[in-house]
Design a protein around this ligand. Sequence first.
Ligand code: 0PR
Length: 376
Amino acid sequence: MNPKGLSEKEVLSLLNSARLKDTSYDKVLSAMCTRPHPIAVKAHMQFIESNLGDFGLFSGTKELEEKVIRLMGSLLGCPETYGYITTGGTESNIQALRTARNIAGKKHPNVVIPASAHFSFDKTADLLGIELRKAEMDREFKVDLNSVESLIDNNTVALVGIAGSTEFGQIDPIDELAEITESHELFLHVDAAFGAFVIPFLGKKYDFDFSVDGVASITADPHKMGMSTIPAGGLLFREETCLSPLEVNTPYLTIRAQHSLAGTRSGAAAAAAYAVMMYLGREGYTKIVNRCMGLTERLVEGVRESGVQPLIDPVMNIVALEVPELDRVRKELREKGWFTSITRAPRAMRLIIMPHMSEEAIDEFVSDLGKCIKTI
Ligand code: 0PR
């Protein structure tokens, strides 16, 4: 560290040169995050010093967090939900399975997850000492229920279903998973980190949330399609008692107990999530999702003209494309400024059509992809 501080101008210039190296979202088709809504940014700034780790000092922010949990609960089929704003999907998944593990009290717990589950479950398993059993996917990349059944034994403590899988944007049959969990008396966690702010606004209705009896917890991230600032994840439980296994006494704080994994945590993120949800309402999110779905259709129609097919008809604004010579094509697209991603099995080009995309950008991408493929 320098013995003396720099001027504000000097510091800002250091920041600017770093910021210039960051990628602007314009040609990013690989991210589940996007530019936050301006109202979220304003709220974030206003609450920048607020710490929900010691919410006795920040009772106004705490009220906003409670309200935002109820807003998400009402969106996801149950206004009376219990939970908190986490740092993201990873923390929510860890905490949901920590609850399930602690309630079950098994010596050698295992959890059955779909093979399509996000890698945050690998972290979760390692931290919690849980064995992960990965169930196969069917032809549409939904979890195969026979495979799930075959993996359950006396040490299974929970099943996980995905509503908006990271790679395919697919929705598992949550109602059928719920029947399995009920017959085996298991905890059912739904990872809707991405899907929670998409599925309720699609034209088609899906049973994926607390409207399905048996869903015990949901991961739902404002910092993905919720248009909020990072770090804002959501962890929701149907029953208040599910919070108890997470409770730790905090005798020297202004509060009696904490349920969060993080100690000190951002009140700004909770305020921002509240602000954007109040500002947009169902109408605002429906417009955003409609627009993303329109762009997704435009992209799929466009690439079909070059002979490229999606692995499945997109369910949400995530597409997996069967592209020949995938590595070379992705490399060439990268040279043209595009960030694309991949699916693992089968290997395909994975694209997420986030709100930062425009019609012009989609048309340019379709044309660039067509050119890269033609050179084969
Ligand atoms: N669950 C699902 C279904 C997810 O897709 C993700 C993240 C998580 C949990 C974990 O969420 P956090 O990253 O908030 O802890 N899915 C994206 C991914 O890993 C996250 C992402 C976001 C990746 C922006 C890249 C990026 O630029 O692909």
